[in-house]
Design a protein around this ligand. Structure first.
Ligand code: SF4
Ligand code: SF4
Length: 168
């Protein structure tokens, strides 16, 4: 459990304890407290989901190059670089992605960013299958490698992506 999830859990326990006190006192704030409990549980669930996303590099990137060598999937590219699925993977020729798309693994694709280092979402497994935590985020000096809320994936999907790219 991450520090954020642990903090959220403590808040939830506090909220539930608070509800008990309000019920005991027949307080008119009981409904408000109940709603806060529900809100906290919702946030907790969302934080759980944050751990199951690909990683994205934000525009706070200072182009220091520290993350590239750390990526086990070669999913990180310099600004304005073309990229391919076959770069440092076992993929070649026409292949089907885990989500069912037909792609040419050897094709050179357009850069995702011409200003900052970028991560190819299709190649990012959040380091699942290699490391316990995203290595790019671990080395980034400005903490600009963050969960990509537009690409929520389960651990099973991330591991399937890893097998697809490396054949094991
Ligand atoms: S999380 Fe891991 S696999 Fe994804 S880009 Fe960062 S280093 Fe590469
Ligand atoms: S380590 Fe962070 S700041 Fe450096 S290139 Fe990678 S994403 Fe950008």
């Amino acid at each position: 459990m991450t520090f954020v999830n642990l903090s959220r859990l403590v808040i939830i326990i506090t909220q539930i304890r608070g509800s008990g006190i309000f019920i005991w006192n027949n307080s008119k704030f009981y409904l408000l407290q109940f709603l806060l409990d529900f809100y906290s549980l919702t946030l907790f669930w969302n934080f759980k989901k944050l751990g199951e996303m690909a990683i994205i590099i934000t525009d706070e990137c200072i182009n220091c190059d520290a993350c590239v060598a750390e990526c086990p999937n070669n999913a990180i590219y310099e600004p304005d670089s073309e990229w391919s699925y076959s770069d440092e993977t076992a993929l070649s020729g026409m292949t089907t992605t885990p989500d069912g798309r037909e792609v040419d693994a050897d094709a050179e694709n357009e850069p995702v960013s011409d200003e900052f280092y970028f991560i190819v979402t299709d190649k990012c497994t959040e380091c699942k299958g290699f490391h316990d935590e995203p290595q790019c985020a671990a080395v980034c000096p400005v903490d600009c490698c963050v969960p990509d809320e537009d690409h929520v994936e389960t651990e099973e999907q991330l591991l399937a992506k890893k097998v697809w790219m490396h054949g094991e």
